[in-house]
Ligand binder design. Structure first.
Ligand code: DGL
Length: 273
């Protein structure tokens, strides 16, 4: 029986992480689910993000996934801990759900020379304070500045991110975070949708500021996790198969998702609830 790794996002964004994971670990089987029908999650309450994410995690478990990666910062910030601490023991105690914030926090301090990093994320991720809290565990002396970019995900989900009007909002949030400190030398794209805006982001930033996206970081951390957890590794099937599901229109998902993923995809409709 196929026991794939589940990769979850509220919509398309997780595909930027999934792409890096498949490049790093091509032999495993994977199922990707985008909850496009209910995206964006970024401005929703803790309760709603927890409920939606939990429904999707259950869907993955029903599909036979022993391990699910929340390739979504908003879900990692607002739902992961409750799922790990309260829901998992009831649903499937031997299964695991992992997020993207901790692996990023673990490594971010190695990039900055000024000890000052900027975190760009959804309103939900920023207000949760998850990044400052997690980063302080690993790098107590790091200065962490945050900026919510609430318009960026809708620009991407509705495929408007390459149009001229998008530049206004890209520049607006970058100016706001840079105004918080002249020492920031590293900006983290703490939302898995944002790498799609990389070209515009670069255009509005001084050259000395580096921009980090999470795909490679999460892929490396998953590889390490699987080495450290042979019991989980042994449960995962390895036929190199990937399948894609969305809770919204599959034609749209195939068209836009292929751009995020970098190759043709054919999705199926997922009835999550
Ligand atoms: N890709 C999700 C993240 O990393 C974004 C979210 C949204 O649905 O607002 O935060």
């Amino acid at each position: 029986m196929s026991q794939p790794i589940g990769i979850f996002d509220s919509g398309y964004g997780g595909l930027t992480v999934f792409k890096a994971i498949v490049e790093k670990l091509p032999n495993y089987d994977y199922i990707y689910l985008g909850d496009n029908g209910r995206a964006p999650y970024g401005n929703r309450s803790f309760e709603t993000v927890h409920q939606y994410t939990l429904e999707c995690v259950r869907w993955f478990f029903d599909k036979g996934c022993p391990l699910v990666i929340l390739a979504c910062n908003t879900a990692s910030a607002k739902a992961l801990r409750t799922i790990q601490q309260n829901d998992l023991s009831r649903l499937a105690p031997d299964n695991r759900v992992l997020g993207v914030i901790r692996p990023t926090a673990e490594i971010i301090g190695t990039y900055t020379k000024t000890n000052s990093v900027g975190v760009l994320g959804t309103q939900g991720t920023v207000l949760s304070e998850s990044y400052p809290i997690e980063i302080k565990h690993f790098y107590p002396h790091l200065n962490v500045y945050q900026q919510a970019c609430p318009i960026w995900v809708p620009l991407i989900e509705y495929y408007e991110y390459q149009n001229a009007g998008a530049d206004f909002f890209v520049q607006k949030y970058l100016d706001q975070i840079l105004a918080q400190s002249a020492d920031i030398d590293t900006l983290l794209l703490a939302c898995t949708h944002y790498p799609l805006l990389m070209d515009s982001i670069r255009r509005f930033l001084p050259e000395h500021i580096q921009v980090l996206s999470q795909g490679g970081i999460v892929a490396d951390s998953l590889a390490t996790y699987l080495q450290r957890h042979p019991e989980m590794n042994a449960r995962l099937s390895q036929n190199g198969k990937t399948s894609f599901f969305t809770t919204d229109d599959t034609n749209n998902f195939d068209k836009h998702g292929s751009v995020f993923f970098g190759r043709e995809i054919q999705s199926q409709f997922a009835h999550v609830i």
